[in-house]
Design a binder for this molecule. Structure first.
Ligand code: PEP
Length: 268
């Protein structure tokens, strides 16, 4: 990646870590990055805990003035009322969250989240002043048919079609091929680049150059410290959404450090 976009390394903890484990993890991550003289101006680091841990993470981040960001993994499309178990965007924003993951393949699979619902989630997150991390990506079947790029681009178009340029500029897009999530099968650098580039070009067609140049496109799917360098070297890959490897604090801090090193070396 050689661009003005600041990379983002985001850990999606899914349904792991209670609030005490989350606090321990954040403290250790902060120590590791501080010891490594990590430059947060060159790479953002964000964590997506379960709802039950958000308040504890907020208190720690604010008390210790940590530069680590955090966000939620899901959001309700409604703002309040009789929706048992749901959490609104305003409630999440009140906890200091910067990001909300929207449209993760596990949410699409296990919950009734279709494209129309995902559009509403994106709108709710933006209206509450946060940034959606919009997940798109093909299944193994679409890849087998050779339509993976059209599929991912189509998902982005379907969700963003009614957004203003200003709203679209606040998106983060995570290209996450479903066959790569949690499987140990990772996309090659070239195939992550092809998808990220196709998505970027589609943003350019719909919204113009500023949005195209500024939106960060992450890769997600079995990222580890062993494959991160190959992926982040690609010019349209601006960071990672990480599941399994984000549960290991040493691994996450290594990926963040490799991201800074690789993108800084490429900029020289
Ligand atoms: C994810 O859940 O967004 C993800 C990419 O998971 P993993 O890194 O475990 O493949």
């Amino acid at each position: 990646m050689v661009s003005a976009r600041i990379p983002l390394v985001a850990g999606n903890w899914k349904m792991n870590f209670d609030h005490l484990e989350a606090v321990y993890f954040v403290q250790k991550l902060a120590w590791l990055l501080r010891d490594a003289h990590f430059d947060f101006r060159k790479c953002e680091v964000a964590l997506m805990p379960a709802f039950t841990a958000l308040r504890s993470v907020q208190v720690l981040v604010e008390a210790d003035k940590l530069k680590i960001h955090y966000g939620a993994q899901a959001v309700s499309v409604t703002s309040q009322g009789a929706f048992t178990g749901d959490v609104s965007a305003d409630m999440i924003a009140r906890l200091g969250c910067r990001y909300v993951i929207v449209g993760h393949s596990e949410r699409r699979k296990y919950h009734p989240e279709d494209d129309a619902n995902i559009v509403d989630q994106v709108r709710a997150v933006l209206a509450a002043g946060m940034q959606p991390i919009l997940c798109v990506g093909e299944s193994f079947e679409e890849r087998r048919q050779g339509i993976e790029l059209e599929f991912a681009v189509g998902q982005v178009r379907d969700v963003t079609r009614d957004l203003s340029d200003e709203e679209a500029g606040k998106l983060v897009i995570a290209y996450e091929p479903v066959w790569a999530i949690g499987t140990g099968m990772v996309a090659t650098g070239q195939s992550a680049q092809d998808a990220a580039h196709a998505i970027r070009m589609s943003l350019r067609t719909t919204f113009g150059r500023n949005v195209c140049d500024s939106v960060r496109i992450l890769y997600g799917g079995s990222v580890t410290s062993r494959n991160a360098v190959e992926l982040i070297t690609e010019p349209d890959v601006d960071g990672f959404l990480i599941g399994g490897a984000a549960l290991d604090v040493n691994e996450l801090s290594t990926i963040a450090r490799l991201t800074v090193k690789t993108t800084s070396d490429a900029a020289k």
